[in-house]
Design a binder for this molecule. Sequence first.
Ligand code: HEC
Ligand code: HEC
Ligand code: HEC
Ligand code: HEC
Length: 345
Amino acid sequence: MERRRGDSYLGKDFSEPAGLPEDVHVSKKIECTDCHQTGPDGMGHIERKATCQDCHIEVEQAMTASVHKNLACEACHVKILGGYEMTSWGPGSVTGKPNPFKKYSLYYGPMEPPILIKDQNKRWIPTKIWPNSAGGIKETVLPKPGLIFRWPKGETHDAYAQLGTFSFPGGNNNYLAWLQVEQVAHPLGKSRTCGSCHDSETQVGRVTWHYFDNQGAEPFDGSQKVVADKKGIRVMDIKATSKVTLMEGGKVENFAAWMKLGDIWKTSGDFSIPKSDAGKYRALDKGMRDALAQLEAIDRKLKAREAKGEDVKKLRRRWKEAKAAAMHEPGSAGVLIQETAGFAK
Ligand code: HEC
Ligand code: HEC
Ligand code: HEC
Ligand code: HEC
């Protein structure tokens, strides 16, 4: 999972793997509690729900009139994710003692881009999705269709798919398999392009990872794809991309059961991006370009006045708001733009 301590907000050396981008707000000295309210449990406890409107009210307003009003801000503004990409439970040693359920989870790597799902309130949110298996399960568990939200009433938007139990000859049978589907929210930055969501109704998240547990095998690399479309969600083409050298006592069926389990990570349901009406799509794209052209013209006038030493700070702020609104819903930004233009003569 994401480490859940804001590593993905800080990025760089703090992210797993290291070197992912930091959130755009880090350099603005914005802190966790500027977005997350502190909760009733006192100091150090932050609420999970976060707000943007304190600082981007014009965007929030523009969004209410947009075709994207059912998308979370993060759906467009989060492009890459870190953290676990695979987990395999099996015999190993935990704090020096043998344990039948050691968690081999140090498969770290980026996934890009996130997969969008509709949460309990039918709002589109970005998620990270990865395969899990736990060996040594005696009972048989049947699969369930689709996704199951961990908190049906919406306290969190994390979900999972119950895939059932599987076995293979010589394996640590049975293996309980599931897909973890976790909401993600950092790092925020520039938006994804329109085409990255709309060029195809099928979503594809590309994943690369590095295995570096101190048990099982020497460090090695691998990759997989997460595909979400009209037929469901599935993890495809899981493979090692460098040589796997076992450590003493290391067994593939424990630290890498995925190598033997095959093509089992899939669940049903419609997870495609709805096909948008071509006319509406062009109109929105053109509306944005027209608004930006108008704003550029106003910008030149403002710059000329700034160069003469005039104080146009208020207008400049208004102009920035108009631009931010225009990039989310050009229709609703019209009034803002006209205001700025009127003053900017
Ligand atoms: C710019 C605003 C913003 C800032 C600053 C911010 N977050 Fe978040 N964070 C969000 C949003 C939005 C969500 C998703 C909330 C939801 O709807 O559940 C979120 C979700 C989370 C979650 C749960 C999901 C996840 O991605 O793990 C954690 C944990 C979290 N934030 C921790 C932090 C910590 C710790 C910091 C500071 C280091 C921080 N956040 C700073 C906006 C922010
Ligand atoms: C405490 C104020 C504050 C809050 C709260 C806040 N932001 Fe920001 N945000 C900023 C500032 C300041 C900038 C930089 C703006 C600039 O450079 O003009 C910024 C920039 C951005 C950018 C621009 C990224 C780019 O490079 O184009 C995005 C996207 C963004 N914020 C999204 C969000 C989202 C989503 C939330 C809520 C989860 C949020 N912000 C909450 C202050 C805030
Ligand atoms: C459908 C995709 C989409 C959604 C949803 C979305 N944005 Fe954006 N946003 C964009 C695009 C495109 C831009 C322009 C390119 C960029 O700077 O990322 C942008 C730019 C921004 C900027 C920078 C504006 C500037 O002046 O440079 C901020 C701040 C921002 N968005 C905040 C938000 C907030 C807050 C939300 C949720 C209320 C949100 N966005 C939802 C697509 C989106
Ligand atoms: C992060 C993915 C994402 C990005 C980026 C994105 N969209 Fe969308 N868009 C969606 C989703 C999801 C819907 C469906 C919304 C719903 O179900 O309410 C949608 C809906 C639409 C619709 C309405 C569809 C209809 O026929 O009623 C149009 C038009 C559209 N998008 C155009 C654009 C344009 C133009 C851009 C770039 C400026 C863009 N989108 C960027 C995900 C995205």
